[in-house]
Design a protein around this ligand. Structure first.
Ligand code: G6P
Ligand code: MG
Length: 217
C-alpha cells in the first residue's frame, strides 16, 4: 500500500494560529466583547466564514451579510499584516526535517488546509515547491469537519484514504480525518484532541522514528 501524508497548515507547519487569534480577538473587541484563547480552539481548522459565525454567536452579535463581508475583510487585512512579515524561523520545530525526509524517501505529501491564504504562506516560507499537492480553502465547498479537503488531497496524491496519515492541530480537522478513514495525528493537548489516533504535544515529537513506524504499517 502506498502511504502518503497530509499536513494541515495553520498550527502544524507554522504557528499562524496565534495571528488568527489576535485578529479575531481584535474584531471581537471592536464589536464589544471579549474572546478567550479557550474559545479560539473552536475556530481552529474552521473556514473564515464559519469562524465568523462562531465568533458572532459567542458575542451574541448579529450582523447583516454586508457587514459580515466587511468585518471578514478587515480581519483578513489585519492577519495579512502579520503573515507577510513572517520569517522562515516561524516554521514549527521538526517540520523541515520531516518534509525533507518524506521527499528523500519518495513518500508523497499534500497540504490540506481550510485557509485561502495557504499558497501565500507557503511561498513566504519557501516551502511551496516541496509539496506534491496543495488543497486549500479555495478548492473546497465544505469546511472541516467535513472530510472533503482530505479526500481531494488523497485523490491528488493518487492513493486511497486508508493510506493517508493526517497531521492536524484542530478538533474539526481530526474529525475530518477520522471520517475520511485516515490515520489522524493530533498536535496539541490530549484533552482537546482525544479523538485522534495519536496525540503529540508538539511537532517536535513528529520525528523520523515515529514516521518510519507509521509508514511501515
Ligand atoms: C485554518 C485556521 C483557521 C482559519 C482558516 C481560514 O483552518 O486554522 O483558524 O480561520 O484556516 O483561514 P483563512 O486564511 O482563509 O482566513
Ligand atoms: Mg490548524
Amino acid at each position: 500500500s502506498k502511504k502518503a501524508l497530509i499536513f494541515d497548515l495553520d498550527g502544524v507547519i507554522v504557528d499562524t494560529a496565534k495571528y488568527h487569534y489576535k485578529a479575531w480577538k481584535k474584531l471581537a473587541n471592536n464589536l464589544g466583547f471579549d474572546f478567550t484563547e479557550e474559545q479560539n480552539e473552536l475556530l481552529k481548522g474552521v473556514s473564515r466564514v464559519k469562524s465568523l459565525e462562531i465568533l458572532l454567536e459567542i458575542g451574541n452579535v448579529t450582523l447583516s451579510d454586508e457587514e459580515k463581508l466587511k468585518v471578514m475583510n478587515e480581519k483578513n487585512e489585519h492577519y495579512l499584516g502579520f503573515i507577510t512579515k513572517m520569517e522562515q524561523d516561524e516554521i514549527l520545530e521538526g517540520i523541515p526535517e520531516v518534509l525533507n525526509y518524506l521527499r528523500e524517501n519518495k513518500v508523497p505529501f499534500s497540504l490540506g488546509s481550510a485557509s485561502k491564504n495557504a499558497r501565500l504562506i507557503l511561498t513566504q516560507l519557501n516551502l511551496i515547491d516541496l509539496f506534491d499537492a496543495i488543497v486549500d480553502g479555495n478548492d473546497v465547498s465544505k469546511a472541516k469537519p467535513d472530510p472533503e479537503v482530505f479526500l481531494i488531497a488523497a485523490d491528488k496524491l493518487k492513493t486511497a484514504p486508508e493510506n493517508c496519515i493526517v497531521v492536524e492541530d484542530a478538533i474539526a480537522g481530526i474529525e475530518a480525518a477520522n471520517s475520511a478513514q485516515m490515520t489522524s495525528i493530533g498536535i496539541g493537548d490530549k484533552e482537546t484532541l482525544g479523538e485522534a489516533d495519536i496525540v503529540l504535544s508538539s511537532t517536535a515529537e513528529l520525528n523520523i522514528e515515529l514516521l518510519e513506524k507509521l509508514l511501515r504499517k
